[in-house]
Design a protein around this ligand. Structure first.
Ligand code: NAD
Length: 497
């Protein structure tokens, strides 16, 4: 019988009140593997209330005490690494090694958050005036919501959970309805690690669950990662309800290739960055901007051979390059973009629609490679989020930079060159949140912060790093004096001397 999953609250799985469900697929076979309850207002009320009940005590614990739970949680995640990776691969479709990699990157944020006693320290000024000291401190917000996308069911929740829990907040996680089993397992491991009931909760669902979180007065802050239209909506709706909000959106990451670049290195980097995880990464490279026809001819020839040779199969089958896409609807949408690119006049060098695995079972699509793409085409403008790489030919480095800057997304960008001067100039001038120099996927480590510019993020604070600590805390500034006797009332604005 196909199992039905649940929510997670009070430290245990919580059966749903709502009877609405959505199917969770095994993308390698196309079969329905489980049903997911989609929360209604009653489910949301229960989970948010459970979280609120736990907030005070957790926030009052010392930062060192909370860090001990994070240490133990990290240990348990590592001990269960293979099983967690399997949960990810079975529902997302990414290959096992990639699933292990995303867990590792997520756990790096937990490791960073284990330093919370140091990270949360405030400031102190001794004697700002005669006999007066001033200090600031950071305090948790209370109940915070984390709303996450399908493509990183471990890493993105951990980006939010690490700083939120370490700083003393309690979390209601609303994971993607496509692959919720990993987030549910993370919640169980948090409980096993000694995380008090109600501190890490999971509310499964769709827009109804999200809207409940965006409007509930007990929810103090919302962290969202997903597509740009939903990010914009979440930013506006949560803001309208007086919440602190950070909403990361979609991407169309460019990789600029200058004529002096080492093309063997570029081809290696582009293969992983464009086709790894079947292109379903917000930091995937989907546009290669190549300077000069000779460079473009040589690079396209190298790539074509390797795209044709991509090893594609069930994600748990062995040492493969790419698994299936997440759903048949998404696979079909990506295939439609390939057709649109042909209709718009781009040169289709490798056609992923012709791959033998496309016939099924499962939601497979081969890698596609386009050459001579221009900026007016939909395959250039839109986020396809699949294994499709578009080569755009330009005649100068300045033209390449202008192209990157004119795109509405500004998540990640890369440049490949042997010239330090050209790379420095590009990194300094480009209008984009994360820049790689001879690095195709420049995902910042946990002790830096992650975030795009332009329509890739609607937020004052990035994810993780010190920005995570700032987002999940309020600053309080205390001015104190301990006078002996009285000095009389003063009716003028106090001036410190
Ligand atoms: P999505 O926007 O469809 O869903 C994200 C979350 O929002 C899910 O939890 C989903 O249930 C919820 N949601 C979906 N539609 C909604 C609606 N109408 N109202 C309220 N909530 C809604 O995104 P996805 O398809 O799961 O993930 C892929 C997208 O996420 C891509 O655009 C990718 O670039 C982006 N992404 C961005 C980053 C980043 O850091 N910038 C990281 C990972 C993924």
């Amino acid at each position: 019988m196909t199992p039905t999953l649940s929510h997670f609250a009070r430290g245990a799985r919580l059966p749903a009140h709502s009877t609405r469900t959505s199917p969770i697929y095994d993308p390698a076979t196309g079969r329905v593997a489980a049903h997911l309850p989609l929360a209604d207002a009653t489910d949301a009320r229960r989970v948010i209330d459970d979280a609120a009940a736990a907030a005070g005590a957790w926030g009052e614990r010392s930062a060192s005490d909370r860090a001990q739970v994070l240490f133990k949680f990290r240990e348990l995640c590592l001990a269960n690494r293979d099983a967690i990776a399997r949960l990810i691969s079975n529902e997302h479709g990414k290959v096992l090694a990639d699933a292990r990699g995303e867990l590792q990157r997520g756990l790096e944020v937990i490791e960073f958050a284990c330093g919370i006693p140091h990270l949360m320290k405030g400031e102190f000024s001794d004697g700002v005036s005669r006999g007066i000291d001033m200090h600031s401190l950071r305090q948790p917000l209370g109940v915070v919501a984390a709303i996450t996308p399908f493509n990183f069911p471990a890493m993105v929740p951990l980006w939010m959970l690490g700083p939120a829990l370490a700083t003393g907040n309690v979390v209601v996680l609303k994971p993607s309805e496509r692959d919720p089993s990993c987030p549910l397992r993370l919640a169980e491991l948090w409980s096993e690690a000694g995380g008090p009931p109600g501190t890490f909760n999971v509310l499964n669902g769709d827009k109804e669950a999200v809207d409940a979180l965006l409007t509930d007065p007990l929810v103090q802050a919302v962290s969202f990662v997903g597509s740009t239209p939903v990010a914009r909506y979440v930013h506006e709706a949560a803001g309208k309800h007086g919440k602190r909000v950070q909403a990361m959106g979609g991407a169309k990451n460019h990789c600029v290739v200058l004529p002096d670049a080492d093309l063997a290195q570029v081809a290696d980097a582009l293969m992983g960055a464009a086709y790894g995880s079947a292109g379903e990464r917000c930091m995937a490279i989907s546009i290669a901007v190549v300077v000069g026809d000779a460079t473009a001819d040589a690079l396209v020839a190298r790539l074509a051979e390797r795209v044709r040779a991509l090893e594609i199969g069930a994600p748990t089958e062995g040492n493969l390059d790419m698994g299936p896409l997440v759903t048949s609807a998404h696979r079909d949408r990506v295939a439609e973009y390939v057709s649109a690119g042909v209709a718009e006049g781009a040169t289709l060098v490798v056609d992923g629609r012709a791959h033998p695995r496309v016939a099924g079972p499962g939601f497979f699509l081969g890698g596609s490679l386009f050459d001579r793409v221009t900026s007016g085409m939909s395959i250039y403008q839109d986020e396809i989020f699949g294994p499709v790489l578009c080569v755009v030919r330009v005649s100068s480095a300045d033209e390449a930079l202008a192209l990157c800057d004119s795109h509405r997304y500004g998540n990640g960008v890369a440049i490949f060159t042997r010239s330090g001067g050209a790379a420095r100039d590009f990194a300094h001038r480009v209008q984009c949140g994360m820049v790689g120099v001879n690095v195709a996927i420049p995902v910042p480590l946990a002790f830096y912060s992650f975030g795009g510019w332009k329509e890739s993020a609607f937020a004052d604070h990035n994810q993780h790093g010190m920005d995570g600590v700032r987002f999940y805390t309020r600053v309080k500034t205390v001015t104190s004096r301990w006078p002996e006797g009285t000095s009389g009332a003063s009716f003028v604005m106090p001036v410190l001397r």
